[in-house]
Design a protein around this ligand. Structure first.
Ligand code: NAG
Length: 198
């Protein structure tokens, strides 16, 4: 029996090593319509079974994720499982679990679940080595409260009493991007220069 197991493990490891099994979504996704589909062999696009995981973000912290739909095609491994987690990691209870062969159509419970965070982590795992086909989508839409980043308020400009006949407005409040031209030869010229200086 031992050699059979060894041969089996060898066959599996060779298959795994030789396989160029690529996750459908290879990087983290930014956009409002995140795709879910089985991994595939680069050579011929046939389905394969490597585990996959990525983070989807709409690009807007007030957008949450929901409206999941999933369709399964041929299923060779019923342990296949799509899990969607609130946030950027896979700790805690998943928000949605969809098992192999379980189609999720628009309007059913799993389609109505919405994330409470602007980022979700979408994973696919299975225990065996049969290739499953599935595809689906989850969408981002408005509805989350903006993240509670502390709001820094800008202090209102200090006002002070100003009453000077030379300048209509207090030069003290002129802070940038302005050039003042004063004609020294006019009667108010020197007074004006002194005021600017002050
Ligand atoms: C995807 O995002 C997660 C969480 O922010 C991060 O840990 C991971 O490195 C990212 N992966 C890629 C391929 O950028």
């Amino acid at each position: 029996m031992g050699w059979k197991l060894a041969a089996f493990l060898l066959a599996v490891s060779i298959r795994y090593a030789n396989a160029d099994c690529t996750c459908y979504e290879q990087a983290n996704y930014t956009g409002t319509s995140a795709p879910l589909s089985n991994s595939f062999e680069r050579s011929d696009f046939s389905a394969c079974y490597t585990p996959c995981s990525y983070v989807a973000y709409s690009g807007d912290d007030t957008f949450g994720w929901g409206g999941l739909t999933i369709n399964w095609g041929s299923v060779a491994d019923t342990t296949g499982k799509i899990q969607i987690f609130d946030g950027t990691d896979t700790t805690g209870t998943p928000l949605i679990v969809v098992n192999a062969k379980e189609n999720v159509v628009n309007g059913i419970d799993k389609s109505l679940i919405r994330s409470s965070q602007p980022r979700i982590t979408i994973t696919y795992t299975q225990e065996g080595t049969g290739a499953n086909n599935y595809n689906g989508v989850i969408k981002a839409s408005p509805g989350l409260q903006p993240s509670t980043v502390p709001i820094t308020t800008t202090a209102a400009p200090t006002t002070r009493t100003y009453n000077n006949p030379t300048f209509k407005y207090d030069p003290y409040l002129i802070t940038h991007d302005i050039m003042i031209v004063v004609n020294q030869r006019t009667s108010g010229g020197m007074a004006a220069l002194n005021n600017v200086s002050d």
